[in-house]
Design a protein around this ligand. Structure first.
Ligand code: GSH
Length: 202
């Protein structure tokens, strides 16, 4: 069995979906969270000089999207075949599109402009994104299962993560019913539930 070490900072951001996926897979991993000082020392030795990176035995993999797909494939959380993996990729792509708005609002320095961007997220971008996801979800089993097939995948974990992290930044509009149920299902997965409660007690 390989050993896994995830390297990032003391925040959720780009690493949380990787933590959640390894957790859902039941895979132990070292959750290395660099301080700023530690990071500046190791940065020149890290591929592409940025984080997150996942070390699998002696190999260090950069790029959060590549890491997510790598562990998704390794642990059977990335669909059963090419069609299913592609359906998952479509959801990952739509999530990336939506996150661009969140990142723009997050980094906006001007307070008035940031307030406008947050309002637009709450009133327009988030409802649009949720409705898009609800529609995709309903195409599979009427929305009563998971996004793809009949088991949890990185797409389901990602929607939980996005909703959680965006909910820390803006007020979430009502989540459509099937999507809301799916998010609760991920949150109540025994491994995810234990992980969340451990993080909360830190
Ligand atoms: N496309 C990369 C972006 C990685 C990235 O921007 N990492 C930032 C943190 S989120 C970083 O390492 N910042 C520290 C630095 O550049 O020194 C990914 O998805 O992994």
């Amino acid at each position: 069995m390989p050993t896994y070490k995830l390297m990032y900072f003391e925040i959720k951001a780009r690493a949380e979906i990787i933590r959640l996926t390894l957790t859902a897979a039941g895979q132990e991993f070292e959750d290395k969270r660099f301080t700023r000082e530690e990071w500046l020392k190791v940065k020149p030795t890290i591929p592409q000089n940025q984080l997150p990176c996942l070390q699998v035995d002696d190999r260090i993999i950069p790029q959060s999207g590549a890491i997510l797909r790598y562990i998704g494939r390794a642990f059977g959380l990335y669909g059963e075949n090419n069609d299913e993996s592609t359906q998952i990729d479509v959801i990952l792509g739509a999530n990336d599109d939506f996150l661009k708005y969140v990142i723009t609002a997050w980094y906006e320095k001007d307070e008035t402009k940031q307030a406008e961007l947050k309002k637009d997220l709450e009133e327009n971008k988030l409802p649009q994104f949720f409705n898009l996801m609800e529609g995709i979800l309903m195409e599979n089993n009427g929305g009563d299962a998971f996004f793809v097939g009949n088991k949890m995948s990185i797409a389901d974990l990602l929607l939980f993560d996005t909703t959680d992290q965006v909910g820390d930044f803006v007020k979430l509009p009502p989540i459509p019913p099937k999507l809301g149920t799916l998010i609760e299902k991920v949150k109540n997965n025994p491994r995810i539930k234990e992980y969340i409660s451990k993080q909360a007690s830190k």
